[in-house]
Design a protein around this ligand. Structure first.
Ligand code: FAD
Length: 301
């Protein structure tokens, strides 16, 4: 109840407070911070990473081109630091211009995908809200149709369409990151009930595995993790068929347990100065958010 109230009033919370309490979710302002985090995750825990330049929903071509250069620099840094076997790039289509012009965005995404391919680095196309679902899937298909195979997609189990999307992608045998989905969506397109979202996640995971797709299982939900262990065991999946994925700063103890049980796990490592949108979404998902904000506000008095 208190959490719901704080979610509603989050835009009123001063930005320095949001910044302070969301620090754990973000590697830092710079690419060096992201590379250092990826290196530490690998050396200390054996975790892989996917690096994301913060930024989304850009409304000018100039800004999209800056974001493209930033993602391009991530590829160079992964290569230069000898991390390409374990670190990849995640991109947000609207940060590369999908909301401005689809063809322009496609050119940007394609350039990054080709550069990543030439360097031997995997690139994941994040999934944003439903105005962009069709265009994002079309982008993925077009890349694959052009023979650019080092790319993966994300699907959200909150969406009613997702099972059908998986079926429609069977011929591509895609690498799919399956997550619940973070954006607020209307009832006609998305399940609103927690259990329905979970059930859809379980069905989608089975559909992916039964169709020989690479499953990137992106959840911190214990019930879904338990279910995934069952699916992995029942199908005798090997390390080249699945991995777990978690967000930086979330359920770190569970992350270490998954890794010590011998599963591959990749951490989403965002960095950059455009931290507000991402941080707000993470805070809304944190059950302890209300207390954290109250404490931060009090300590500032
Ligand atoms: C690697 C990765 C990539 C993702 N990419 C996308 C994407 O491209 N598009 C998209 O729409 N969504 C994406 N998401 C977000 C995802 O859709 C969910 O919003 C998010 O993972 C929370 O869902 P959950 O399955 O962990 O379940 P939840 O029920 O939200 O969380 C399960 C438990 O995890 C803990 N927890 C979760 N979040 C937090 C937090 N922020 N702080 C502290 N504890 C927390 C809590 O204990 C909670 O009870 C991604 C998630 C991951 C892990």
């Amino acid at each position: 109840m208190l959490n719901n109230l704080i979610v509603a009033t989050l835009p009123l919370v001063p930005k320095p407070i949001i910044r302070q309490i969301s620090r754990r979710y973000i590697a830092g302002d710079t690419l060096d911070d992201a590379i250092a985090t990826a290196r530490t995750l690998l050396d200390e825990e054996g975790a892989r990473s996917t690096i994301d330049v913060l930024g989304e929903f850009v409304d000018t071509r100039e800004r999209a081109l800056v974001d493209k250069e930033d993602s391009s620099a991530v590829l160079d840094a992964i290569d230069a630091h000898g991390l390409k076997a374990t670190a990849g790039l995640s991109i947000k289509p609207t940060s590369l211009g999908l909301g401005i012009d689809e063809e322009f965005a496609y050119g940007n995404i394609r350039d990054l995908a080709v550069k990543a391919r030439d360097l031997g680095i995997f690139m994941r196309i994040d999934m944003e809200n439903t105005p962009y679902t069709d265009a994002t899937l079309a982008t993925y298909r077009r890349l694959r149709d052009e023979g650019i195979d080092n790319v993966g997609i994300v699907l959200q189990s909150m969406l009613r369409r997702t099972e059908q999307d998986i079926r429609d992608l069977v011929a591509y045998r895609p690498s799919i990151r399956l997550c619940k989905g973070i954006y607020r969506e209307e009832r006609d397109v998305a399940f609103q009930d927690r259990e329905e979202v979970r059930d859809c996640f379980r069905r989608c995971l089975r559909l992916m595995v039964e169709n020989g797709m690479y499953a990137a299982i992106a959840t911190h939900d214990d019930a879904l993790l338990e279910d995934a262990y069952e699916v992995i065991a029942a199908h005798g999946l090997g390390p080249d068929q699945y991995e777990f994925q978690m967000l930086l700063g979330v359920k770190e103890r569970t992350r270490r347990e998954i890794l010590s049980a011998g599963h591959n796990l990749r951490v989403y490592v965002p960095f950059g100065e455009d931290w507000y949108g991402y941080s707000s979404r993470r805070l809304k998902e944190n059950p302890a958010m209300a207390g954290m904000i109250a404490k931060a506000v009090l300590l500032r008095q």
